[in-house]
Design a protein around this ligand. Structure first.
Ligand code: G6P
Length: 610
């Protein structure tokens, strides 16, 4: 989704901003732009399409300046085109604003500003900002105060960065509901919506909180609240490295991230398994463990792939912790006045830690007094900071829009929480040890599955032209069916649905003929015989079947068209293995269709608007 980067210092800001925007491309966008204060005048260059196009135009124009802001836009109001791209500016074209988020009362503000004579050029909600700030500048306020006063009139969400020709020594930035970090350098400072945009220049950052504004000079910064109180901010050191956000020789980030899973799973477990005791240690939960163990109900709330991880978590928590568990879409939870009790634990799962619906649901749950916990990947993200306690997945930066390694790491963390809580309840040491053992064996097993990439590529060639796919699984592998279908939809644009296998008879079976590929997730477990019956039902109707089976299963090959064999593990951990061939299948199909795997159309990595 939209990205922000800003620079103020002694260097030419243009290449710094262009490189920063390239680092933000993974978030998903449709247009890009720069606003630069030069020695003589200010310049805005923007276009629909890629940052590379912007780069070509900037190079031709020889643009240079020591203060600038850059933006990647993901359209919410108004089509993706040059006019609607950011920065937006006032009529004197000396004040430039980039904005992430949505100004909900923009129509009212626009009407008011039009009455004052302001003329609008774009279809965006964001354009009210430069005009509104301009109206306060005209009253004689300096930029920082003008931005602050303007924002008191704004409803909705924003991360903004503002530059002004008449005060060229600063960038003013503000945050409400859309992340912003300030990067601190040596005689230079940065503003960004995501640390990856500025990581090449600094590792020292401050995180802006909602309702805070910052005046950034090249050698200092001042943070205030929207009600004008000055505040001290803590400087954080980023541990992420540039290597982690590069492709490392792979043709796509998604493939790199799939292939990294043996290592990322290890990182999620490292130092957290107490093998001899058959339990886990999760420092982030220590203070709330009693409350979690005694909670009467767990509600897992998330969106997208993280919601699928939550479904697997539900099976784990109910089977081993014996705590009733529900899984909610954050977008539904936040608006339906859910019943939340003081003895509920509400667990928010989010790779980015910035998903707008999940964050809003979190705030609602907190208000109602529940124990509010998080599983996040991005360290220092809003959800990580606003939950009372939580666990980081430590999967490293995930750049491909379609989530892969974050999902398997979320499942590992859910298993560790299960182990920790269940051992406080009824689980025996022996059972705990056997789960710990199986967890520790996962990386080697994943390595074996990744070797099947060539076989999966061949299957992908067979099926790349299909228009529909059905994914079926039972028990722990039902969420895997949903996740497999989501992966395919996201990057190959093939319509795919996931179903619990037994539900096939209640609808999807009507769709089955020789043109309908059906993917069965069919490991040898207690539901195996049932799933074989479902396979027979599909076969009887001419459907083409791909089965994800366990490598101890010799009988399945003759029943299906293609088998992908994965090593076996205990039921609760099976999704961590069965999902990997489905990630690879979606990836290989999308590559064969020549699609943009890492930045699929219309999708965003971090959905920071409703
Ligand atoms: C977007 C991404 C998905 C992700 C979902 C939830 O839709 O494209 O990959 O699963 O948001 O994101 P979160 O960061 O909260 O896990």
């Amino acid at each position: 989704m939209c990205g922000i980067v800003g620079y103020i210092g002694e260097k030419n800001s243009v290449p710094i901003l262009i490189n920063g925007l390239k680092r933000l491309e993974y978030r998903g966008y449709d247009s890009a732009g720069l606003g630069i204060l030069t020695n003589s005048h200010s310049v805005v260059i923007k276009n629909k399409g890629k940052v590379s196009l912007l780069e070509e135009r900037v190079e031709k124009s020889n643009l240079s300046g020591k203060v600038g802001i850059g933006h990647t836009r993901w359209a919410t109001h108004g089509v993706p085109n040059e006019t609607n791209a950011h920065p937006h500016y006032n009529s004197s074209k000396n004040l430039f604003v980039i904005h992430n988020g949505i100004i909900e009362n923009f129509r009212t503000l626009k009407k008011g500003l039009e009455k004052l004579g302001y003329e609008f050029q774009t279809e965006t909600d964001s354009e009210v900002l430069p005009h509104l700030i301009d109206s306060f500048l005209k009253k004689g306020y300096p930029l920082f105060k003008a931005v602050r006063l303007a924002l008191t009139e704004v409803e909705g969400t924003y991360g903004i960065a503002v530059i002004y020709e008449n005060e060229p020594d600063k960038i003013v930035a503000a945050r409400k509901g859309s992340p912003l970090v300030i990067g601190l350098g040596d005689n230079e400072n940065f503003v960004a919506s995501d640390v990856s945009a500025i990581l090449a220049h600094t590792k020292q950052v401050i995180y802006l909180e909602d309702g805070e504004l910052v005046e950034v000079y090249k050698d200092k910064f001042i943070v205030k609240t929207i009600s004008d109180a000055e505040i001290e901010k803590e400087v954080h050191e980023i541990s992420m490295t540039l290597d982690e956000i590069d492709k490392g020789g792979f043709s796509h980030f998604m493939l790199k991230e799939i292939m990294e899973q043996p290592e990322t799973i290890n990182n999620s477990m490292r130092g957290r398994i107490l093998y001899d005791k058959g339990t886990a240690i999760l420092g982030g939960l220590t203070d709330v463990l009693g409350r979690l163990v005694n909670s009467k109900r767990i509600i897992i709330t998330a969106c997208g792939t993280s919601w699928h991880a939550g479904l697997v978590g539900e099976y784990m928590f109910e089977q081993f912790c014996r705590i009733p568990t529900e899984v909610e879409y954050a977008s539904e939870f936040r608006y339906r006045n859910p019943i939340i009790n003081q003895d509920d634990a509400i667990l928010f799962i989010s790779q980015s830690g910035e998903t707008a619906d999940t964050l809003a649901a979190l705030r609602e749950a907190k208000l109602k007094g529940a124990l509010v916990l998080g599983i996040c990947n991005v360290v220092g993200s809003s959800i990580a900071r606003e939950t009372m306690a939580g666990v980081y997945t430590h999967a490293g930066p995930e750049i491909g829009v379609a989530s892969t390694k974050a999902f398997t790491s979320q499942l590992v963390v859910l298993s560790l929480i299960t182990l920790l809580v269940a051992r406080r309840k009824n689980m025996s040491q022996a059972e705990g040890i056997s789960i710990a053992e199986e967890l520790m064996a996962l990386p080697d097993k994943i390595n074996k599955i990744l070797k099947l990439n060539d076989q999966i590529e061949q299957i992908a060639s067979e099926f790349k032209d299909a228009n529909n796919f059905l994914y079926l699984g039972r028990g722990y592998n039902f969420p895997v069916a949903l996740e497999g279908a989501l992966k395919l939809k996201e990057i190959s644009y093939i319509h795919a649905e996931g179903y619990p296998a037994a539900e096939m008879k209640h609808g999807p079976i009507a769709l089955i003929d020789e043109n309908m590929p059906v993917v069965f997730i069919a490991p040898k477990d207690s539901t195996y015989d049932k799933i074989i019956s479902n396979i027979e039902e599909v076969k009887a109707r001419g459907g083409r079947i791909i089965a994800i089976a366990t490598d101890n299963d010799n009988g399945i090959d003759e029943l299906v068209d293609y088998t992908i064999k994965v090593p076996s593990t205990i039921k609760m951990l099976m999704p961590i293995l069965t999902v990997i061939p489905l990630q690879l299948l979606a990836y290989q199909i999308a590559v064969k269709k020549g699609l943009n795997v890492d930045q699929p159309r219309n999708l965003a990595k971090s959905v920071t608007v409703e």
